[in-house]
Design a protein around this ligand. Structure first.
Ligand SMILES: *Cc1c(COP(=O)(O)O)cnc(C)c1O
Length: 480
């Protein structure tokens, strides 16, 4: 019988050569990222490259890599670049990149079974438990991101209120209410939508002038709901809001949750890993009292996408929310089917990639101290930007700088239009890529300093360019 052809290389020597070339190219990309524009518009021919019909024939690895180099790599969003300040994107590291390559080679499926990759994930869980002061009985799981982690937290909270029968019977006629601030991330409300509980269940608590949840308003809303026969059951505080980086008074929310028997969830997507930095950690006081914490290693943790995490204080409740007894997932006490419970007993994903490896490598190689310093560093750079804005008459800060997010505007008539135009031109210039948000009805230029590579000089270039564009757009107004 003829040797069956596989998808492995026929010529391993040539493959190895190509592989080294690919590795060098991507290392070059990261090493020299400063020489590139942050972002550039995608030319039509690059887009058109991805309109081809399904290829029937083979192509050499080399030729496909060449397309990648020419038509994909130059047109990234730019979050590896130090000038990227839009939304909340992590910068990644070359270490995380290599670990992800190793993970892909192992092709591990972390749904379950007795394999060492799951021990790596459990090691990260142990570190995370210690970091947040959670007990050994706390459970945790890598997920895509905090959007998924928030959703899982809500489902566990539902089990806490109704027991596992909620999984078969639903919540029936129960009149429930949950609470998050008007600065909370949209994925909190989306969780209620996904769970079929309806987004109206989530009450929106107003914020104070620092964009933190107004705790008197929270208390009043809970009391009023109870009076009206509605059962309050869940409150989400935010450690680092997506708009301004505000940190809710987590201790205050924990007190309210305790008084009224609510599940206390913390959306710490951006800010929870601030626990690694002593100066930020004190701002997060109360996070240890949470019933669940959702956060992202791919933001402040600088782990390459994607690496979200859900941590639940009561591991038993977490397990009861997702355990299943499918015959094809039967557990044994020995051999490969041992090691129960499995990660798939703690979330909706069965097949799961090895996100733990790039996270474990990142933590091992840099250590918690250096990662914490990278986090403090982004806050220092944000504080520098704040000072620069305060020194410029034409610029105005629009929100207090709490962590690493700075919101401001160029002062002028038609402020919203001009500031949106400044942001678009900045992005197109390739110098810096902030994004926008709306604060108190006003459009703000929003710079989230998440990337460990961003330095003072990047801020100077950003501010100079913003001023220049703003001045050019308002020449008449300012009589230049
Ligand atoms: C980014 C973010 C989310 C969503 O996290 P993903 O990882 O993008 O799913 C949720 N909440 C806050 C506060 C965020 O900053």
């Amino acid at each position: 019988m003829e040797k069956r052809s596989t998808l492995d290389p026929e010529d391993w020597g040539k493959f190895r050569q190509d592989a080294h070339r690919m590795l060098d190219d991507i290392i070059d990309y990261v090493e020299h990222i400063r020489e590139r524009p942050v972002w550039r518009p995608i030319p039509e021919e690059a887009r058109a490259q991805f309109g081809e019909p399904l290829p029937e024939g083979a192509a050499s690895l080399e030729s496909v890599h060449e397309i990648f180099m020419r038509a994909v790599l130059p047109y990234a969003a730019g979050n590896v670049h130090p000038g990227f300040m839009g939304w909340v994107h992590g910068g990644g590291t070359p270490v995380g990149m290599l670990a992800d390559m190793l993970a892909a080679g192992m092709n591990a499926n972390l749904g379950g079974r007795d394999q060492m990759p799951i021990e790596v994930e459990k090691q990260v869980l142990k570190w995370v438990r210690a970091l947040f002061g959670f007990p050994e009985t706390a459970s945790g799981l890598f997920v895509t991101g905090t959007s998924m982690a928030n959703y899982i937290a809500l489902l566990v909270a539902r089990t806490a209120r109704f027991g596992s029968r909620v999984r078969t019977e639903g919540v029936g006629e129960a009149h429930l209410a949950a609470y998050a601030s008007s600065s909370a991330h949209g994925s909190i409300a989306q969780s209620f939508d996904l769970a079929g509980m309806g987004m109206d269940m989530l009450r929106i608590v107003p914020v104070n002038e620092r964009f933190e949840m107004d705790l008197d308003a929270l208390e009043a809303m809970v009391v009023e709901d109870k009076k009206a026969g509605v059962q309050p059951f869940f409150v989400a505080g935010t450690a680092g809001t997506v708009n301004t980086g505000a940190v809710d008074d987590l201790d205050g929310i924990a007190d309210c949750a305790k008084r009224h028997g609510l599940w206390f969830h913390v959306d710490g997507a951006l800010g929870a890993l601030g626990m690694l930095s002593p100066d930020v950690a004190q701002r997060l006081s109360g996070i240890e009292r949470a019933d669940s914490i959702a956060f992202d290693f791919h933001k402040w943790g600088q782990v390459p996408y994607d690496a979200g995490f859900i941590l639940v204080k009561n591991g038993e409740l977490h397990f009861r929310t997702f355990e299943s007894n499918q015959s094809y997932l039967r557990r044994e006490s020995r051999a490969l089917a041992a090691g129960s419970p499995w990660p798939c007993d703690f979330g909706p994903d069965l097949s799961r990639g090895f996100r733990a490896l790039k996270t474990w490598f990142t933590i091992k190689v840099f250590g918690s101290k250096k990662l914490g310093e990278a986090i403090s560093g982004t806050c220092e750079v944000a504080n520098y930007l704040e000072r620069r804005i305060n020194q410029e008459d034409r610029l105005e800060l629009l929100a207090p700088v709490s962590l690493n997010i700075v919101c401001f505007r160029y002062r002028c008539d038609e402020s919203d239009r001009v500031n949106a135009e400044i942001v678009a031109r900045l992005q197109e210039s390739g110098i810096a890529a902030p994004s926008t948000t709306t604060l108190n009805g006003m459009l703000a230029i929003r710079a989230a300093i998440v990337n460990h590579r961003t330095r003072i000089e990047d801020i100077d270039a950003f501010v100079e360019a913003a001023l220049q564009i703003g001045n050019a757009l308002t020449r008449d107004e300012h009589g230049q």
